[in-house]
Design a protein around this ligand. Structure first.
Ligand SMILES: Nc1ncnc2c1ncn2[C@@H]1O[C@H](COP(=O)(O)OP(=O)(O)O)[C@@H](O)[C@H]1O
Ligand SMILES: [Mg+2]
Length: 383
């Protein structure tokens, strides 16, 4: 049996990481050079574009270079960061590591006082905690914050202020945040977030053809007996649409399909790729598209369905036709359109035109909903 190098677990950490080489190289450089702009990075992308996977990579690289890495999610982000940093603070050095940290809002009055097991902090304490922690690190301190669009604004401001202060003191700190596309503009214009305005904004789009080819080649090279014919390879690259999760799924299905063959050489031709594509697409729809739609409002989903119906041959939809198809005025549907653009799900393609920004979403939205399919079946059987 062959070891499958692909790991299509959505949201899980992939065994092999594809593309983004230029950014990774810049990050490696930032780990060495204090003056690098890349010491503050703002990754944005639609759901499933690979933000979390990239944060993991950066974190791993930081650790490999001797940095301390702290990775936090949106849920009680500041509290989590305080907890990680607290071990360095004089007040808490003696306190049990399982201490409970309570971060008070600006209205809070107790600060840095330990009782038996509870230490209370104000958000303003973050700056000094961070500074002390960074001073004690040999190489530096890397902090990543995922889903930044969900972090309350005052927490983001505290985070910015703390990093601003630490950088000003010449300490080795890197802050990398990731969020949905609209979060960048929202945060850089927020009070107290000048620090983010100087960050490098890295929108994560689809991988380009060369990146996909290189990634697939590297993965296939790990399997000795495997030969992927040129037309099969081309088809595979095309079907991936440069979406890293679709790449994982297609690769995984392909290898599973041929893994049991015990011939000396395993030859993959185009027919094999065509045979596994539906299973890959099915998983992609269930694990990537369906949750993406689940996070949207009914109005936004209705907008996408209408867009799929009125799309022309070049896959563009006129915003006027979308509204008309929905039986609404352009003004009535404008908020849904804007919010879909802000989330990176659709893209404005010139005046009065939009197109889908996520692979395979158009076809998915054109399909009858489960309810419709159900009704059609009942009708067909005369039930
Ligand atoms: N650069 C990449 N290389 C390999 N797999 C990736 C890459 N980016 C994303 N993936 C795959 O896609 C899945 C979804 O990516 P994720 O980082 O969770 O997206 P996001 O955080 O933007 O919603 C991951 O679990 C992983 O399997
Ligand atoms: Mg994520």
């Amino acid at each position: 049996m062959i070891d499958n190098p692909f790991t299509p677990v959505f949201g899980g950490k992939p065994d092999s990481f594809f593309g983004r080489k230029e950014l990774l190289a810049r990050f490696d450089r930032a780990l060495e050079v204090r003056g690098s702009d890349d010491r503050s990075l703002f990754l944005t992308g639609t759901r499933g574009s690979g933000k979390t996977a990239l944060l993991e990579q950066l974190s791993m690289r930081a650790v490999a270079s001797g940095w301390r890495a702290i990775d936090i999610g949106a849920e009680q982000a500041l509290q989590a960061l305080h907890r990680e940093l607290a071990g360095y603070d004089e007040v808490t050095e003696t306190v049990s590591p399982s201490l409970e940290v309570k971060v008070l809002g600006s209205g809070g009055s107790v600060s840095g006082k330990s009782t038996a097991r509870t230490t209370r902090y104000e958000m303003a304490d973050l700056a000094s905690l961070l500074r002390k922690a960074a001073e004690k690190e040999k190489k530096g301190l890397f902090v990543s914050v995922d889903e930044i669009q969900k972090v309350p604004r005052e927490e983001v401001a505290s985070l910015c202020e703390a990093f601003q202060m630490a950088s000003r003191k010449g300490l080795d700190v890197i802050l990398t945040v990731a969020g949905l596309p609209f979060s960048y503009e929202a945060i850089i214009h927020q009070d107290g977030c000048t620090f983010m305005r100087q960050s490098v904004h890295e929108p994560l789009g689809l991988l380009d053809v060369e990146e996909v080819q290189e990634a697939y080649r590297a993965s296939f090279d790990k399997i000795e007996r495997l030969e992927v014919r040129q037309d099969a390879f081309g088809r595979l690259v095309h079907l991936s649409s440069g979406h890293p999760y679709m790449m994982q799924l297609l690769g995984y299905q392909l290898i599973e399909q041929v893994a049991r063959r015990d011939s000396r050489e395993i030859v993959v031709d185009k027919a094999v790729v065509e045979a596994v594509a539906p299973a890959a697409l099915d998983s992609y729809e269930r694990r990537a598209l369906r949750p993406l739609l689940g996070e949207l409002s009914e109005r936004e989903r209705a907008y996408l369905r209408a867009m799929a119906q009125v799309a022309d041959n070049s896959l563009l939809s006129s915003t006027g036709s979308v509204a008309e198809h929905m039986g609404k005025t352009a003004q009535q549907v404008a908020p849904a359109r804007q919010s879909l653009i802000d989330k990176g799900i659709i893209v404005s393609a010139g005046y009065g035109l939009v197109r889908f920004g996520v692979p395979y979403l158009r076809a998915y939205m054109a399909k009858p909903s489960e309810e419709e399919a159900n009704l059609a079946q009942l009708e067909a059987w005369g039930i």
